[in-house]
Design a protein around this ligand. Structure first.
Ligand code: BGC
Length: 272
């Protein structure tokens, strides 16, 4: 991504990215900063990884701050937003990204595996989007900064529409994120708040190492990807910058699939 001053389309728009110390969240935090946003780098574990993201943003001339918070805990989310707003004055962009998997065959899935995934992936996105919307409603549109009063970007997945055996908790959480996003978008559009989701396919991150780290696994994965390459975190970062910017001002309530065609029923390319 270019860092030319002319590309600083998010200048003056502080952003908060959850789960920003690794994978997609890390790339999104860095991408938003390159586009001129001050960025809160949320994390729950591995503070040194969050510090590294902050250092990288600062080295590029941006402002960044790491804040630890468990997105599934109301008190921690509230404290994080309070601190972010105190440090940066306000927030214009919130990327509800933190997510995890606890895979298991359905018949042996524990209640804990179910609840952990729903708490982080769905309740966590609710709590962060609610805190963001409260700040956007309080502040309203700021002329010259953005056409919108604020933007929420939910990190969904192709599994908001693709059923996934062995991952019922994860697919249920992402299906939930999709209708959370659309319902919220409908509710706050009159206040000029835009709410969208990114639905990534297979992206090279720690969450799915087993799916791409050996040649055999990668070949297998490519059967599901018509574009025949794995996605890189930067593919998602570019989509996030666009959804956060006024370039997408008329876009709300949509899931932007960034998946190399994974949702195109690749099995039908030669069947059906
Ligand atoms: C999951 C990955 C998976 C990808 C495509 C993502 O949402 O977290 O584990 O590789 O979807 O199936």
């Amino acid at each position: 991504m270019s860092t030319n001053a002319v590309d600083k389309i998010l200048q003056g728009q502080p952003a908060l990215v959850t789960g920003a110390n690794s994978g997609i969240g890390r790339a999104v935090a860095i991408g938003l900063a390159q586009a001129g946003a001050d960025v809160v780098v949320n994390y729950i574990s591995h503070p040194e990884a969050a510090d590294e993201v902050v250092a990288q943003i600062r080295a590029g001339g941006g402002r960044a701050l790491a804040i630890k918070a468990d997105v599934s805990r109301e008190d921690e989310v509230e404290a994080m937003f309070e601190r972010a707003i105190a440090e940066f004055g306000t927030l214009h962009i919130t990327v509800c990204n933190a997510g995890l998997q606890r895979d298991a065959p359905f018949h042996s899935m524990t209640l804990e595996q179910w609840q952990t995934v729903i708490s982080v992936n769905l309740t966590g996105q609710f709590l962060c989007a609610r805190a963001a919307v409260r700040e956007y409603l309080r502040r309203g549109v700021v002329d010259g900064v953005s056409l919108a009063a604020g933007k929420v970007i939910h990190m969904s997945s192709v599994h908001e529409v693709i059923p996934w055996a062995g991952h019922a908790n994860y697919a249920a959480s992402k299906g939930g994120v999709m209708l959370l996003m659309k319902s919220l978008a409908q509710e706050v559009a009159p206040a000029r708040i835009r709410v969208n989701a990114i639905a990534p396919g297979a992206i090279r991150t720690p969450i799915n190492t087993a799916a791409w780290s050996t040649p055999a696994a990668y070949d297998d994965l490519m059967k599901l990807v018509p574009y025949r390459r794995i996605g890189e975190p930067e593919d998602i970062a570019r989509a996030a910058v666009w959804l956060a910017s006024d370039a997408s001002d008329y876009v709300t309530g949509t899931s932007l699939f960034v998946d190399g065609g994974m949702t195109l029923f690749p099995g039908f390319a030669s069947g059906g």
